[in-house]
Design a binder for this molecule. Structure first.
Ligand code: SF4
Length: 419
């Protein structure tokens, strides 16, 4: 039995898993994590146009596609390790392509808000040990991050917060969720009204309750006054937000407004705000290009230097306006999740896929390169959702190449072809 296995499914990156090598089975992980750490359908071998080939041949073909493209899109990255992402950023620069990652269709508005306002954040450890009030806003961890509540935020026992009774959990959402069932209070709001509700809370907390109408976004003034009071009286509070806030009306402005609310609360008490990131290393998919190029996503290297413009260079926009002539998709499935017009262009251009598992994108990829599962068959570094770096382990041997190995060889081939 291997102890302290690190789960590479969701952004909670639980580091207390166990793996029974003989039975090929994980223990302690939730259903989502256990399914990744099990014998499931894999891409069996590298392929070019559906025919099995060696890794070397597939990588050579992939390099040829990238070198011959005028502006390739290199997209995905949220479910691989930092070492592979680093090579991916260098590769994108070499082929003068566009680097974009999964956050551009989920938490990226939060990134824009952080550029404007900063982020009064704290680690999950601090939340577990100190938070007497936790608000999940537009987030449903019981479905998306099933062990988050038990390890850090709902029933987690910490140094100062010793049991569930000492922590008040509030869910703000547009509908009752599994997480709402565990909360002390559930506040149902009208879809798209996050911004005015946050503004109303700011008005109440700053002593201007008189400007707040009797009802805001489906929530009575009385209820908002009660919530504001709870927030002011918290010793250490945390707002943990999800896509319900970043992908509804207001998007980055919602997060900016929420950060301003936290700044206001921090004049008298201690509050943090943090996104509930989805894929296990989506934080790395933003942080690594930020070390290398200064930006987190939607980065265009076509002029030989990095340019950032989410409305122009995010993968969906680039594909919709047919502004790329090849794509490398790693650890992601845009064919299943992107809008129809974007997928249509993906079908019309040469596509290279690097992934351990088959998905909808495999069906339209010309070159398919299977990779080892990080955390199980390959090691590397990942950032947990709160930015804490963790070293994911290699637990079993495998014939599959790691993402890092594949990208290293691909980069070598591209350099050779470019001369
Ligand atoms: S909560 Fe997330 S990281 Fe933890 S075991 Fe489940 S899927 Fe894995």
């Amino acid at each position: 039995m291997v102890e302290n296995v690190i789960c590479t499914f969701c952004g909670s990156v639980c580091d207390d898993g166990q793996f029974d090598i003989e039975q090929f089975k994980s223990k302690k992980l939730c259903k989502l994590g256990s399914s990744k750490f099990s014998k499931k359908e894999r891409i069996k071998a590298p392929m070019i146009d559906g025919k099995e080939v060696s890794y070397e041949k597939a990588i050579e073909k992939a390099a040829e596609i990238l070198v011959n493209a005028k502006k390739p899109l290199l997209y995905g990255w949220a479910s691989t390790v930092n070492e592979a992402i680093r090579l991916g950023v260098i590769l994108t620069e070499k082929v003068r392509g566009i680097y974009d990652q999964c956050a551009s269709v989920c938490h990226a508005p939060g990134t824009l808000a952080v550029i404007e306002e900063g982020l009064p954040g704290g680690s999950l450890g601090a939340i577990k040990n100190r938070a007497d009030v936790v608000i999940f806003w537009g987030a449903n961890p019981m479905e998306a991050h099933p062990r988050h509540g038990m390890r850090y935020s709902i029933s987690a026992k910490g140094l100062l917060i010793k049991d569930r009774k000492q922590r008040k959990v509030i869910v703000v959402d547009v509908r009752p969720t599994k997480t709402a069932k565990l909360a002390d209070d559930f506040i149902q709001i009208k879809p798209g009204y996050d911004y005015p509700i946050i503004s109303a809370l700011r008005a109440i907390i700053s002593g201007n309750a008189d400007v707040v109408p009797d009802e805001v976004g489906g929530v009575s003034k009385e209820k908002l006054m009660e919530l504001a009071e709870t927030m002011k009286n918290a010793k250490y509070g945390a707002i943990l937000y999800g896509l319900g806030v970043t992908q509804s009306r207001g998007r980055d402005r919602n997060i900016e407004n929420a950060v301003k609310l936290i700044q206001l609360l921090n004049r008298t008490t201690r509050w943090v705000i943090w996104p509930m990131r989805g894929h296990y290393n989506v934080v790395g998919a933003g942080e690594v290009p930020a070390w290398e190029a200064g930006y987190q996503y939607a980065i265009d290297f076509s002029r030989g230097y990095p340019r950032f413009s989410p409305a122009e260079f995010s993968a969906v926009e680039v594909l919709k306006r047919k502004d790329c002539d090849a794509a490398l998709i790693i650890a992601s499935d845009p064919a299943a999740h992107f809008p129809k017009a974007a997928v249509k262009h993906l079908k019309d251009i040469p596509v290279i896929q690097i992934d351990p598992f088959p998905n909808m994108t495999t069906l339209l990829a010309n070159v398919v390169i299977p990779s080892a599962v990080a955390g199980l068959e390959a090691e590397g570094t990942a950032y947990r959702m709160d930015g804490i770096p963790l070293r994911v382990k290699k637990v079993v041997d495998s014939e599959y190449w790691s993402d890092e190995q594949i990208l290293e060889k691909l980069l070598e081939k591209v350099e050779e072809f470019k001369g």
